[in-house]
Ligand binder design. Structure first.
Ligand code: ATP
Ligand code: MG
Length: 400
């Protein structure tokens, strides 16, 4: 393996006491990620830094893998060379060449027009204090060297477009452009959560945001054949596959919901049907959480978006679990949610036209401001407990 990427994981360093724990999770997740992608890498922990060793021909995959790993704030391809100025100068030249080749043209070699030159600065960091030059000395040496090599560079410490970072450690490390990581916390660092995953736009986005805060997720899809088609289920399987890029070890529980749904339809007031289904889903998800050791539930609800997402309705459905229900989209507009759905590649799958169970059974005039006590009386009359227990036995689980 001949290439190296320096990985930065900002937020973790804030959590002093937990740092080791987070680091371990992050390393494990990076390893899992690349195992899954089927590319050979090596993660090295060295002096509070992570480095990824990989084969350069797999550069694109390495970059996209790191972009999908929560906990990583940024990363940069890095050159590791012996600690002497000759080697360091040559490495800095490579970085400048790569930058000049990738960016807009900055004039011919002979051009002297100041505005066509690429502004750069050298940013040294000397961890090894025995190195003969201090930081200022390194900056001057490399600055002069690069200016003598490239007539299309100019020093600008205020608005550089190229920053040559040089770190003197047990070896010298040089890197230029940093690539943004997804940020957040390593998946798993905050425990386990049950994601109620429909085939819609919202719940995959909700799952993404909570994974970003370190939750490892088990998704549950309430499946109602023959009212919902196999295609609707396939859509959720595909969404899980996309989410699994961010969530190592994601599982999907397919929960047979038909009998519960029929019971609700039979015994509930029509206007309360949707809310009863929400309550039943939350109660069922709670049971799964008990079995899997999950600490919380996650839904894609957004305040006021539909009748079952008013404060009154949410109070009722939320009362069917004693666990916290995380609703990361609660304060977001649809536009904002769609923007994220596009960015994480779930949008195109979510908008495929297959109906979910809630749409099919949705009443024309659902309750918007339900009375809690009235809803509670209806819910009790449904006697769902046994149906839920039976269904739990028939769950099928997929691993991604
Ligand atoms: P989504 O876009 O996620 O489907 P939505 O705006 O359509 O959300 P609802 O259909 O009211 O909203 O559902 C609210 C939330 O309930 C969903 O975000 C999801 O978390 C959960 N949910 C709804 N239907 C299902 C289902 N069939 N299986 C699993 N979870 C579901
Ligand atoms: Mg929906």
């Amino acid at each position: 393996m001949n290439s190296l990427i320096l990985i930065k994981y900002g937020e973790l360093s804030l959590k002093k006491g937990n740092r080791k724990y987070f680091e371990k999770k992050l390393i494990k997740n990076i390893r899992k990620k690349f195992n899954k992608l089927g590319i050979k890498t090596n993660v090295i922990r060295h002096q509070g830094r992570f480095y990824l060793e990989y084969n350069h021909r797999e550069h694109e995959m390495a970059v996209s893998g790191l972009k999908e790993t929560f906990g990583i704030v940024g990363f940069a391809p890095v050159l590791r060379v012996p600690k002497n100025m000759q080697a360091i100068r040559e490495a800095s030249k490579k970085l400048a060449l790569a930058k000049l080749a990738s960016g807009k043209p900055h004039g011919e070699k002979t051009s002297t027009a100041a505005e066509s030159k690429l502004p750069f600065k050298v940013e040294p960091k000397r961890t090894d204090k025995s190195f003969p030059l201090n930081s200022y000395g390194i900056a001057c040496d490399l600055g002069d060297y690069l200016l003598s090599e490239f007539s299309n560079l100019k020093v600008d410490v205020h608005k550089p477009e190229l920053i040559v970072n040089v770190e003197i450690r047990e070896m010298a490390y040089l890197y230029a452009d940093q690539i943004r990581g997804p940020g957040g916390l390593p998946v798993g660092a905050s425990g386990r959560g049950i994601l109620l995953l429909s085939g819609g736009i919202d719940s995959p986005v909700a799952g993404y945001y909570m994974a970003k805060r370190g939750l490892i997720e088990e998704a549950v899809y309430f499946d109602s054949p023959p009212y919902t088609s196999e295609k609707a289920r396939d859509k959720v399987v595909e969404l899980s596959r996309i989410l699994a890029r961010y969530i190592p070890d994601l599982t999907l529980h397919i929960f047979p919901f038909t009998k519960i749904q029929e019971r609700i339809k039979e015994r509930s007031l029509p206007e309360a049907v949707t809310l009863m289904m929400r309550g039943a889903m939350i109660q069922s998800a709670h049971r799964i959480a008990e079995q899997t050791g999950a600490l919380c539930l996650i839904t894609g609800e957004s305040l006021g978006q539909v009748a079952s997402q008013t404060p009154e309705s949410i109070r009722f459905s939320g009362s069917k679990t004693a666990l916290p229900v995380f609703r990361p989209l609660i304060g977001m507009d649809k536009e904002e949610i769609i923007r994220t759905a596009r960015a994480i590649n779930t949008y195109e799958t979510s908008i495929l036209p297959y109906e979910d169970c809630c749409t099919l059974f949705a009443p024309l005039h659902p309750v918007v401001k339900p009375s809690f006590d009235k809803m509670e009386t209806i819910y009790k009359s449904l006697q769902l407990n046994n149906l839920i227990e039976d269904a739990i036995e028939r769950i099928s689980t997929l691993k991604f």
